[in-house]
Design a protein around this ligand. Structure first.
Ligand code: SF4
Length: 753
């Protein structure tokens, strides 16, 4: 294990450290003394402190040292802006940024890409220059979708990757624990803080038998989603194992892991095997495959490893499935689908078939899909539905162009879109139906929530394998089942489509296509990060001011929020996402969804300095201007929802001091601490009711100490002041974050000393 094997072909100095991983694992093994699952092995071999880390599945918080970070262009903006404010001159861990989310599908690949580059110029210029400055690999627009690029270039067996996108688990196709996180977590790892994860439970999926005919890897995850539902994987890593695994290609395993995000799983994983070795060799990483073989015993579960839950699927009996509409866990086997369409009154005509995306655009997927299209063409048929192809990467696009599949799709009537997310994330200028018109579309994507693809809530979006997308597109109806129904060829004769066939890997090797990668330059000191001072989409973040060292006296309550206050109430998405790289502009959405107890209304609070009622952000800005700190009073589970870091950045930016609640969603609580805010909870939750929106409070910040409650004094508008006991979960290091103004300020201070 002493060998020096590079993590990938792009970075000279980043190596796979199986030796260190194996050492960490022996420490943990001697402590736990029981067989381990593969998921546990990866996590425990990346522990920051394997000797002392408390380890209990489903309970402890693990402090981990990931091997890599990956960000897509929408989430990368704020992550990098935050990282910059730490004043470090390079990321501490290997990081890449991928331009894929901002490219709208309209007419086809080249033109759409050109338009996106012009519309998003300032974002791309910022990302490209910041990546060059801070030693980050930059994948330009047109390079492909983050998860496909990671699988083709960066994933390696046994590695730990965090990515600022929910489908990061795609890397599990190469035996990597690849986990989707929020931007704040990515910033931690870029700045060399350990990354915290609640030790997941492990859910085993045992695969037996073998797939054949029309059944594809996608059907495995469609079936798993059926069994577990959209919530069933929450808090678990899903670990596939059993003899059925051997028959699935590495990219097929990637598909299964990718869509594991739809059951809420932390990530999904396959053990290292020969199929992964073949894929590594085909993508010019044979040395990694050989190295993994020398560490293979630790790249799978131990014999006798116990799962917290176990399900079994016999692949020989698995039917092709179609899931949807509106939710990815509503699974119907193809044999019952036509009937389900009738019973539920789903629109029968198939308007659009879409293949590709990060979930299903491997060489194997494209070859199988093309074999069906070719079969139809040989009978004089084309796609009846509008048909689109989204290659997952430039490498896939170039390879299927060279090998003829792309031409087949074009003959079939297909529109080849840019190598990007496009219609999967609503970047689709769809014109064939009107908004509000009920219609059906079928894709090989992963997510099909209402309105996701085209913003039309009446679109019935179904997900399935690329094979079924093509077959049903030929028929143009949801009633077609290629396993038993016939089509009529141009010659008037009936025929049945042949089951799909196709190579898993290209016989002639992959064609890299156009060069879309920008490596960080050797000399980075003079690189200027490009942000226009007049931009409304991007703004350089100044480090937050350190704590003034004083107790807070007579502080107003900006809002006493009543009931559910999720990250969406605190920092709304939708049109605001445009400003996610501009903290001041996006702060105009701060808490506008929260309900004010004083009037039961959203976004209307009283400014105590003027007596006027105004929008929440406007009042906060006025306080900030007048040098008045403020607090928020919140209800149960404040900040639940996503890990959106803006929900913590905005109150800090607008001058907030503390958020005092009955309880917090843990990630939001940590995010607030990271930004230098004080998340506090009522020792007695009933005290929430004693506080009125127009009370003032004193907070003895100088008394903040580990494990000690804080006694807050409340000054009601009328009546005597009273004391309320508050709890907190700050540890020593986090108290430093508060004192220094943020976790990043603390890191910056350390790196300068
Ligand atoms: Fe996310 Fe879809 Fe893009 Fe994949 S293709 S990264 S699921 S938006």
């Amino acid at each position: 294990l002493d060998r020096k094997v590079r993590q990938n072909n792009w970075e000279e100095n980043n190596f796979i450290n199986y030796k260190k991983m194996s050492e960490n694992l022996s420490i943990v093994r001697s402590r736990l003394n029981r067989p381990l699952t593969f998921a546990e092995k990866i996590l425990y071999s990346h522990l920051d402190d394997p000797h002392n880390q408390e380890i209990e599945r489903g309970k402890s918080y693990l402090k981990l040292r990931p091997d890599r970070v990956a960000c897509q262009d929408a989430t990368a903006q704020m992550a990098i802006l935050q990282f910059m404010s730490a004043g470090m001159d390079s990321v501490a861990n290997p990081t890449t940024v991928h331009c894929d989310h901002l490219i709208e599908a309209q007419v086809g690949g080249a033109k759409d890409l050109e338009r996106a580059i012009s519309i998003n110029k300032e974002v791309y210029d910022f990302l490209s220059s910041a990546c060059a400055k801070y030693n980050i690999g930059f994948w330009r627009p047109g390079s492909g979708i983050i998860h496909q690029i990671i699988l083709e270039n960066y994933a390696f067996p046994g590695g730990l990757l965090i990515g600022t996108d929910s489908h990061t688990p795609n890397g599990g196709g190469l035996g990597m624990a690849a986990i989707g996180v929020g931007g704040a977590d990515a910033v931690d790892v870029m700045a060399n803080l350990p990354w915290e994860l609640k030790a997941p439970k492990v859910l085993g999926v045992k695969l037996t038998g073998q797939m054949s005919g029309w059944t594809a890897p996608k059907d495995i995850i469609l079936k798993v989603a059926d069994i577990l539902t959209v919530k069933g994987g929450t808090g678990y890593i899903v670990e596939y194992h059993g003899p059925g695994v051997e028959g699935i290609s590495a990219t097929g395993m990637g598909t299964i892991c990718n869509m594991g995000a739809e059951i809420g799983a932390t990530t999904s994983l396959f053990p290292f095997n020969d199929r992964m070795y073949d894929y590594l060799a085909a993508t010019k990483r044979k040395d990694i495959g050989d190295f993994a073989r020398s560490y293979a015993a630790e790249l799978r579960e131990d014999q006798g490893a116990e799962y917290d839950q176990l399900i079994e699927i016999n692949l020989s009996e698995l039917e092709p499935h179609i899931n949807g509409p509106f939710t990815p866990d509503l699974a119907t086997p193809i044999s019952k689908f036509s009937q389900a369409v009738k019973e539920n009154n789903w629109p029968e005509e198939l308007k659009v078939g879409l293949i590709g995306s990060c979930t299903n655009s491997s060489y194997e997927d494209m070859s199988r899909a093309a074999s069906i299209a070719r079969d139809a063409l040989d009978h004089g048929l084309k796609s009846k539905a509008v048909f689109t192809v989204t290659p997952g990467s430039e490498q896939i696009r170039a390879t299927i162009e060279r090998d003829g599949q792309l031409k087949t799709f074009e003959e079939f009537g297909g529109i080849v879109l840019a190598n990007a997310c496009g219609p999967c994330i609503g970047q689709w200028d769809r014109r064939d139906v009107k908004k509000g018109e009920a219609n059906s579309i079928l894709s090989s994507y992963n997510r099909n929530f209402t309105g996701r693809n085209d913003g039309n809530p009446a679109t019935h979006s179904f997900v399935t394998s690329p094979d079924l997308v093509v077959a049903l597109s030929i028929a143009g109806t949801l009633h077609f089942n290629p396993l038993k129904d016939k089509l009529v060829g141009k010659d008037g004769k009936e025929f049945m489509l042949k089951p799909p066939t196709g190579d898993g890997l290209p016989v002639k090797g992959y064609d890299a296509g156009q060069n879309t990668y920008q490596a960080p330059p050797k000399e980075r000191a003079n690189v200027q990060v490009q942000v226009s001072p007049t931009s409304d989409r991007l703004q350089i973040l100044e480090p937050f001011a350190p704590w003034d060292g004083k107790d807070a006296k007579n502080v107003p309550i900006l809002i006493k929020a009543k009931g559910k206050t999720t990250t969406d109430h605190i920092s709304m998405a939708g049109p605001w996402l445009k400003y996610r790289g501009h903290l001041d502009n996006i702060s105009n959405n701060m808490l506008i969804g929260a309900i004010n107890e004083a009037n039961n209304e959203a976004n209307k609070v009283q400014n105590f300095t003027t007596g006027e009622w105004d929008a929440v952000p406007a009042v906060a800005r006025d306080y900030k201007k007048k040098g008045v700190k403020w607090v928020v009073i919140g209800d149960w589970n404040y900040g639940e929802g996503s890990s959106r870091e803006h929900a913590a950045l905005e109150p800090r930016h607008l001058g907030g001091l503390a958020i005092i609640t009955r309880s917090f969603a843990r990630i939001h609580e940590t995010n607030l601490k990271k930004q230098g805010m004080l998340p506090l909870t009522f020792a007695d939750p009933a005290d929430y009711d004693r506080i009125k929106p127009d009370d003032r409070i004193d907070l003895p910040c100088t008394k903040l100490a580990v494990g000690e409650p804080l006694i807050m004094t409340v000054h009601p508008k009328e009546g005597e002041p009273f004391d309320v006991k508050l709890q907190h979960t700050f540890n020593e290091a986090q108290i430093e974050w508060f004192k220094n103004g943020s976790a990043l300020n603390t890191m910056a201070k350390k790196s300068k000393n």
